[in-house]
Design a protein around this ligand. Structure first.
Ligand SMILES: CC(C)(COP(=O)(O)OP(=O)(O)OC[C@H]1O[C@@H](n2cnc3c(N)ncnc32)[C@H](O)[C@@H]1OP(=O)(O)O)[C@@H](O)C(=O)NCCC(=O)NCCS
Length: 188
């Protein structure tokens, strides 16, 4: 494991809970062999979430089937997929160049050990270096503020209170208007 990877996973090593030892946590691109595990992790992560429509695993599958996944990273510990984050292209007021974050999931027994943060930070860093304008999401500001996500006046997502519509611009151009996610986010 590289020094950078070790630093990113320091909490996993230090937690001494379920993840420890020589293998630690690896963040890498999704491969076809991960699909079944991603589905299971996503279902388990959202199972007890009161806000969930329980369609998140279907959304991930739908994005993949539509070839609309911009980036899907998995967190792997001891050879097992324990987390996943998916990014897909969105439009804001019809303009392209922005990316949407989600769903993001960590296996319930391993949550709060840094895996979610490691996935999100790696994803944002890659998207920024690829030239994305920025990232938006619908989620809890209490969690996403740590990555720099903020409420931006004028940025809206239909049906969602503005406090939960968050953006992280990678340039000095603030987003304004309505976010449109891929149709896979509205499974039938
Ligand atoms: C949200 C999720 C991906 C975070 O992954 P994780 O590996 O548990 O998170 P991390 O260990 O990187 O971060 C833990 C920190 O986030 C906080 N946190 C985790 N979930 C949170 C939430 N929903 N709201 C606010 N804070 C949250 C923890 O309190 C902890 O804070 P601390 O660093 O100050 O102690 C994971 O908890 C999960 O899969 N949750 C269920 C599915 C879900 O809600 N997905 C996001 C939908 S918007």
């Amino acid at each position: 494991m590289t020094r950078a990877a070790y630093r990113k996973d320091a909490r996993l090593f230090l937690s001494g809970k379920t993840l420890s030892g020589e293998q630690g946590l690896e963040i890498r691109n999704e491969t076809p062999d991960d699909i079944v595990a991603i589905r299971a992790v996503t279902k388990a992560a959202f199972a007890d979430m009161p806000f969930s429509s329980q369609t998140e695993a279907e959304i991930v599958d739908g994005l993949r089937a539509a070839d609309a996944v911009r980036l899907s990273l998995v967190a792997v510990a001891r050879g097992e997929v324990v987390g996943n984050v998916v990014f897909s292209d969105v439009t804001i007021d019809g303009r392209e160049g922005w990316v949407g974050l989600g769903p993001v999931s960590v296996r319930p027994d391993l949550q709060r050990n840094g895996a979610g943060s490691a996935l999100i930070r790696e994803g944002l860093s890659r998207l920024q270096s690829e030239g994305a304008i920025g990232c938006v999401l619908v989620g809890d500001p209490g969690y996403y503020a740590r990555f720099g996500f903020k409420v931006v006046p004028g940025l809206v997502y239909e049906g969602v209170p503005d406090d939960y519509v968050l953006a992280l611009p990678f340039t000095d151009r603030p987003p304004a208007g309505a976010i449109k996610f891929h149709p896979a986010f509205e499974p039938a």
